[in-house]
Design a protein around this ligand. Sequence first.
Ligand SMILES: [Zn+2]
Length: 100
Amino acid sequence: MKENKVYTVTCIETCPECNGVGTVQSQSWTDFWSEVERSGYKAHNMGMDDFNDLVAVYEDNFGGLGPQTIPCSECDGIGEKIRKVPLLDALHDLGIMPRD
Ligand SMILES: [Zn+2]
């Protein structure tokens, strides 16, 4: 490798924060489900009427919930993390060139 040159490759991987979806649950909804769990309700066997009642009670006490999902801040909502990786690191990572 010549001096003053750095060879890199582009690494595109599924965002670990949102698993490639591009959105994550908003904090207000995470807090809501925590509160639901704490109060003993089981989300998986809750009917729509119970759910709507819980949302209404929660919003009365804690304010509006807003959207359930928001763009993932880790990947800016694209579901992928794109970064430059030094060529040698990529070759090691791919198993093409052994480490050491
Ligand atoms: Zn993401």
